[in-house]
Each structure stands twice: as structure tokens, then as C-alpha cells.
Design a protein around this ligand. Structure first.
Ligand code: ATP
Ligand code: MG
Ligand code: ZN
Length: 282
């Protein structure tokens, strides 16, 4: 139990809510949780781009952002949340993104409360996250991509426990300090018994725009070595790509899929790998 179950009431409430969440997520075939031990490694960008690529490949895809402190999905996709109430009272529909993609961000619900989230204490955050996940009326989906908060604290724990059949994709950068955090994420997944689909190494080198050679700003292969050592699948590496920053800042992350960039090329390989792995396990 996340918060130690202070009273019977709370346990009962959680159990009822767990069932409700299970029911709501039963229309989703595959749930993927994008996580990282450390902030700023590109989780949200990878989660959003993965959802875009899946949707454009014809999969019915959902993208949910559960980061109370930094919900960045609406910004990356340029979506403003116009929440529609669902047929079931108190429930809401996700917002339409590009074709095949439904998006919901905790930001759509928090509105002006966003700054307040920083003073919420653990149990309140846990309650808000659970309620949020319970309230969304998803359509039938092939994939649901969850952009989870960084770290291994209460918030990612709540997400992991609320969506127990999700598989984790761990994002890291290649340098040592980030790899220490990736080990924490791996242990976290093992503790909550969440299957790890694999590791993605992001910001892995920069392709020189002048000569096309790769410059390893933060070393290289770190993510791959951890994967090897921990007997996990290495899903691939994504280079540092200034267009990712620009497109993300402009709310047009979907637009880079049409460009021929090393980032998009590598991402297509990762996408194919992820889909293969999932199909293998079906
Ligand atoms: N491969 C990449 N190349 C260049 N910039 C990138 C790449 N991946 C992510 N970024 C940039 O790095 C910054 C952080 O990315 P993002 O917000 O996706 O990280 P995050 O892990 O979700 O962060 P947080 O922990 O705060 O949620 C953004 O400005 C994003 O555009
Ligand atoms: Mg993020
Ligand atoms: Zn060069």
C-alpha cells in the first residue's frame, strides 16, 4: 500500500478505485510506461514521439502524462485541453491529437492549480494521480503510452501500482551520473514487479552538422552496457538533435517525423523493435 493505509476507509476506497481503473484500462491492449531515474533525460520527448510514431503507423494510441510538477505533453504536441465529459458521470474523454492519437495530461485538469501541486504533500499527490487515472474514459486502444514523473518516489510508484500490467521503457543518457539513476529505475521496476521492456539511450552523441561525424558529448554506449550487465534489452540510442528541441518548444514534435534526421532514423528502428517485442509476447 502506497501510503501505509491509514484507515480501513482508505483501503476500501483504493480497492474500489483499483477495480475501476482496471475496468477503464481493459480496453487498452498494451501499456508502456516511459520512465527514468533522473529528470531531464528526454522521457517526455521520447514518450510523445513514440505515441506519434505508433499513431502514424496505424495503431490506436493513447498518451497520458501524469507528471504533477512538469506536465510537458501538451506543450510538446501543441495541444490545449478541452476536456469533454464522458457519458459516465464524473468521467472524461481524452483529447484528440493527430489522427489515431488520444491525449490526456494532468495539466488539462489542474488548470490554475498547477503551482499548488508543488506544495501538495505525498498522500494528496497519490490521491490526485489515482483519481486522474481512474477518471479517463479511453476508447479501444492498441497502445497507451504513459509519461511518468522522474525518479523512484511516491509519484512513479503510484503510477506503477495503478497500472500494474504496464511494461517499462527506461530512458537514460549515456553518462555515468545518469546510469547510476538507471540502476535505481531497474531496481524500482523489479521491486514493484513491473516488466522492463528495455532501455533507450537518449542524447547519445551529436552528429556534426558540418561533416556528419558523431561527437560523443557525454560518452557513449553507457545505456547499452547497463542493459547488457542487467540482462535487459537495449532498444537503441537516439542522438542529440537540435530539431527535437525546436519542434518541442513550438509544440510541433510530430513534424520532425517527416524530416530525414539521424534522430528520426534511429527512432524508427526503436519503434520497430518495440512493436516486435510486444507482438512476440502477445
Ligand atoms: N535527443 C534529443 N536531442 C536534443 N534535445 C533533446 C533530445 N531529447 C530531449 N531533448 C530536449 O531535452 C529537454 C528535456 O527533455 P524532456 O522534457 O523530454 O525530458 P524529461 O526527461 O521528460 O524531463 P523531466 O524529468 O523534467 O520530465 C527538452 O528541451 C527536449 O527538447
Ligand atoms: Mg517530462
Ligand atoms: Zn564536423
Amino acid at each position: 500500500m502506497v501510503s501505509g493505509g491509514r484507515s480501513m476507509n482508505k483501503n476500501d476506497k483504493y480497492e474500489a478505485q483499483d477495480n475501476e481503473i482496471k475496468e477503464r484500462l481493459s480496453k487498452v491492449k498494451h501499456k508502456l510506461l516511459v520512465m527514468s531515474g533522473k529528470g531531464g533525460v528526454g522521457k517526455s520527448s521520447v514518450a510523445a514521439y513514440l505515441a506519434i510514431a505508433l499513431a502514424e503507423s496505424g495503431y490506436k494510441t493513447g498518451l497520458i502524462d501524469v507528471d504533477l510538477h512538469g506536465p510537458s505533453i501538451p506543450r510538446l504536441l501543441g495541444i490545449k485541453g478541452k476536456i469533454q465529459p464522458a457519458d459516465t458521470p464524473g468521467k472524461i474523454f481524452p483529447v484528440a491529437g493527430i489522427p489515431n492519437l488520444s491525449v490526456i495530461s494532468i495539466e488539462f485538469l489542474m488548470g490554475e492549480d498547477r503551482d499548488r501541486a508543488t506544495i501538495w504533500r505525498g498522500p494528496i499527490k497519490i490521491g490526485v494521480i489515482r483519481q486522474f487515472i481512474a477518471d479517463i474514459e479511453w476508447p479501444e486502444l492498441d497502445f497507451l503510452i504513459v509519461d511518468s514523473p522522474p525518479g523512484t518516489g511516491d509519484e512513479p510508484l503510484t503510477v506503477a501500482q495503478t497500472i500494474p500490467d504496464a511494461k517499462a521503457i527506461i530512458v537514460t543518457t549515456p553518462q555515468e551520473i545518469s546510469l547510476a539513476d538507471v540502476r535505481k529505475s531497474i531496481n524500482f521496476c523489479r521491486q514493484v514487479k513491473m516488466e522492463i521492456l528495455g532501455i533507450i539511450e537518449n542524447m547519445s552523441g551529436l552528429i556534426c552538422p558540418h561533416c556528419g561525424k558523431k561527437i560523443d558529448l557525454f560518452r557513449s554506449r553507457g545505456g547499452e552496457l547497463v542493459a547488457e550487465k542487467e540482462d535487459l534489452t537495449f532498444l537503441g540510442r537516439l542522438p542529440i538533435e537540435p530539431e527535437v528541441v525546436l519542434a518541442g518548444d513550438d509544440g510541433k514534435l510530430a513534424s520532425i517525423r517527416d524530416k530525414s534526421l539521424a534522430f528520426t532514423e534511429e527512432f524508427e528502428k526503436i519503434l520497430a523493435y518495440v512493436v516486435d517485442l510486444i507482438k512476440e509476447k502477445e
